[in-house]
Design a protein around this ligand. Structure first.
Ligand SMILES: NC(=O)c1ccc[n+]([C@@H]2O[C@H](COP(=O)([O-])OP(=O)(O)OC[C@H]3O[C@@H](n4cnc5c(N)ncnc54)[C@H](OP(=O)(O)O)[C@@H]3O)[C@@H](O)[C@H]2O)c1
Length: 247
């Protein structure tokens, strides 16, 4: 499905990004993944195989992002698929959130994503596809989630505006909107397995489908958006959330 195409995934060393890297590779794409954690990148390389390019890049660093785009250009000669996936999640109740917590979330989820797009846009080929990772939270009012939800609503908005802006370059921009998906993002430091299982059962039960999602279920939607099968989609969002925001 993606034979001859080159893909880059930020945050590709874990969770949804890693599952997507596997699926795109299995469908014939050459894949590069980025992240901050060198050990996790190395583990991902072992899982994915030596053909996968791994890049250390913090999305908060413009230098890292320029280097990432340059290395991909050198290795692949250009890009056909960019999955802007790197992100963080934590609660930010209005009364207790600090400025550092505000900056920590917005600098990665909004500013980091925007400048990732700015860095890779020049190497995207005509006919290419950009997929942004937003969240089911972009359209609901979940208490204690003001900043995460606002950051993902900004990402949802980028899919529309940048799709319009990049149309003349032949680049499509769409978004995937995951529900609550089983990935390391939900693991709290020091949390016991038992506590995590109780959390996962409680959160899973909140979705009409009755469980948390799997990273592979998001990767399947990204594959569709990355491929020419979605060639008539511009600025749109695929919601994959077990009915959480829709039912
Ligand atoms: N899981 C869910 O329930 C859910 C729901 C809706 C949306 N999402 C979104 O899905 C995306 C992936 O999350 P996940 O669930 O797969 O969690 P995850 O396994 O924790 O993955 C997060 C990824 O983001 C990378 N990352 C974080 N900060 C970064 C930075 N400053 N620079 C570069 N990379 C950075 C991490 O790499 P390093 O550790 O190496 O920095 C990691 O690869 C996020 O944008 C998240 O908001 C997840």
């Amino acid at each position: 499905m993606l034979k001859g195409k080159a893909a880059l995934i930020t945050g590709g060393n874990s969770g949804i990004g890693l599952a997507t890297a596997k699926l795109l590779r299995d469908n014939g794409a050459r894949v590069a993944i980025s992240g901050r954690d060198v050990a996790k990148l190395e583990e991902a390389r072992k899982a994915l195989g030596p053909d996968v390019l791994t890049l250390v890049a913090d999305v908060r660093s413009r230098d890292d992002l320029q280097h990432m785009a340059h290395t991909v250009q050198q290795a692949f000669g250009g890009l056909d698929i960019f999955f802007a996936n790197a992100g963080v999640a934590y609660g930010t109740p209005l009364a207790s959130t600090t400025e550092a917590q505000y900056d920590g979330l917005m600098d990665i989820n909004v500013k980091g994503l925007f400048f990732s797009l700015q860095a890779v846009e020049p190497i995207m080929r005509s006919g290419s596809s950009i997929i942004l990772n937003t969240s089911w939270l972009n359209q609901v009012g979940a208490p204690g989630r003001a900043l995460l939800s606002a950051s993902k609503a900004a990402v949802r908005s980028f899919a529309r505006t940048l799709s319009a802006e990049l149309l003349e370059r032949g680049i499509r921009v769409n978004a995937v909107s995951p529900g609550t998906i089983e990935t390391p993002i939900h693991h709290q430091p020091g949390q016991s397995d038992e506590d995590y299982r109780a959390y996962a059962a409680r959160v899973g039960a909140q979705a009409p489908i009755g469980r948390m999602g799997r990273a592979e279920e998001i990767a399947a939607a990204v594959l569709f958006l990355a491929s020419d099968a979605s060639s008539y989609m511009l600025g749109a969002e695929i919601v994959v959330d077990g009915g959480r925001a829709e039912l």
